[in-house]
Design a protein around this ligand. Structure first.
Ligand SMILES: NC(=O)c1ccc[n+]([C@@H]2O[C@H](COP(=O)([O-])OP(=O)(O)OC[C@H]3O[C@@H](n4cnc5c(N)ncnc54)[C@H](O)[C@@H]3O)[C@@H](O)[C@H]2O)c1
Length: 376
């Protein structure tokens, strides 16, 4: 196997999931490439060293600018807050490195366009970690749709609900709470949560043409961790939007961090002419399927346990009936990335494909502000 030297930037939540994927992937997938944990970059040397020791990184850096220029690094993996994605990705591309970037691609479409141009100009492999595509049940949904089993699609409905920002005492900004700070996150639930729903929807159901949204910031001011002052909150706490897809389907999307009782309830349901499917992240190995062509006496929603060897990705894992989880979606993405570079083929979603999600997010946020329909 050829080595692929990884330089990871950021060692928080996603730094862990990606590191786990790099160390596990070759144990389950037969690939031409093997990721090598060459270096991890973080601002706190002691924390970065502890992370490097835990996961097996060979070295540490405290400045990503140094990391991207290192000749022994092949691919830069960006696991930082959103406001750093653009600068790091462009510098990495200009240094000739492959770039794997966490979602959302960028703070907005304009930034994302610059990132696309940088990787395209450099001709380097690139991908964005919209990992839910690689939940086997979601990949199976894609297969069923592509096989025409749903027929014409009429409705696409998605939700991503959480409840962790309800307390008005929660500050904004800084290490753990950058998601509440618009300067670091770009937007609130739209870029953080709906971006996942939009990416999946574009993949499963094609382009979105127009949107009409409402957004709300329930807690208007919060103490800022970096300044110590009470400051205006610039993110959307909740967002709901209607949309029209290019294929004629109607879409309905909702996301909030104020749905008491919900931690990460990402669900979607698609209603077609012949069949419907629905999926729930809390039960991620199942795909529910209703087929109108079934014998009417036994027709009903069936719950498919997506664990058989002929189902997406599952032949690489255990035996039929035994399920996998969240972390495996990242392993699948690394496996596909490594297979893609071996075959010199782009790995979906590329930066360019993910820019479409950014365009929808921008249109949603603009519509939330002026309360009119926006074309994407
Ligand atoms: N694909 C997914 O499902 C998913 C889930 C969570 C987060 N994300 C995305 O991943 C990215 C990171 O989110 P997270 O949850 O891991 O955040 P996190 O706060 O857990 O980790 C962020 C890391 O970036 C580091 N960092 C910040 N500034 C830096 C700098 N200048 N140089 C080097 N390191 C720096 C922090 O120290 C920290 O280690 C975000 O873009 C987020 O939207 C994606």
């Amino acid at each position: 196997m050829k080595p692929l030297n990884i330089g990871l930037v950021g060692h928080g939540f996603m730094g862990r999931t990606h590191s786990n994927a790099y160390v596990s992937v070759n144990n389950f997938f037969d690939l031409d490439y093997r990721p090598v944990l060459k270096a991890v970059c973080g601002r706190d040397a002691a924390q970065t060293k502890a992370f490097a020791d835990k996961w097996g990184y060979e070295s540490i850096e405290s400045d990503w600018r140094v990391l991207v220029k290192r000749p022994d690094i092949d691919a830069i993996d960006i696991c930082t807050p959103n406001n750093l994605h653009k600068e790091i990705a462009i510098a990495a591309a200009e240094a000739g490195k492959m770039v794997l970037c966490e979602k959302p691609l960028s703070m907005n479409t304009a930034e994302g366009e610059q990132m696309c141009q940088a990787v395209e100009k450099a001709g380097v492999a690139n991908t964005v970690w919209y990992n839910y595509r690689r939940v086997p049940a979601v990949s199976l949904a894609k297969q069923l749709i592509d096989e025409g089993r749903l027929g014409r699609i009429f409705h696409y409905r998605a939700q991503f609900l959480q409840d962790w920002t309800i307390s008005a005492d929660l500050p904004q900004g800084g290490t753990a709470l950058w998601r509440l700070d618009s300067a670091a996150a770009g937007s609130g639930v739209t870029g953080d949560l709906l971006a996942h729903c939009i990416d999946t929807a574009l993949w499963l159901n094609g382009s979105i043409n127009s949107v009409s949204a409402m957004t709300e910031t329930f807690i208007k001011e919060r103490k800022h961790n970096l300044t110590g002052k009470v400051e205006k909150v610039g993110i959307d706490d909740a967002c709901a939007f209607l949309c029209r897809f290019e294929n004629g389907a109607l879409g309905l999307f909702e996301s909030t961090r104020y749905a008491r009782g919900h931690k990460a309830l990402y669900t979607f349901e698609i209603n077609g002419e012949h069949a419907s499917i629905r999926w729930d992240l809390h039960d991620l190995h199942r795909l529910e399927y209703f087929n109108h062509k079934d014998d009417s006496l036994i027709r009903g929603w069936r719950s498919i346990h997506v664990t058989d060897g002929d189902m997406p990705y599952m032949k690489h894992w255990w035996v039929p009936g035994l399920q996998i989880g969240y972390e495996h979606t990242f392993i699948h993405q690394v496996a596909d990335f490594l297979a893609g570079i071996a075959a010199s083929k782009p790995v979906s979603p590329t930066f360019r494909e993910s820019l479409e999600t950014q365009r929808v997010c921008d249109a949603v946020l603009a519509s939330g502000k002026d309360q009119t329909w926006h074309r994407v």
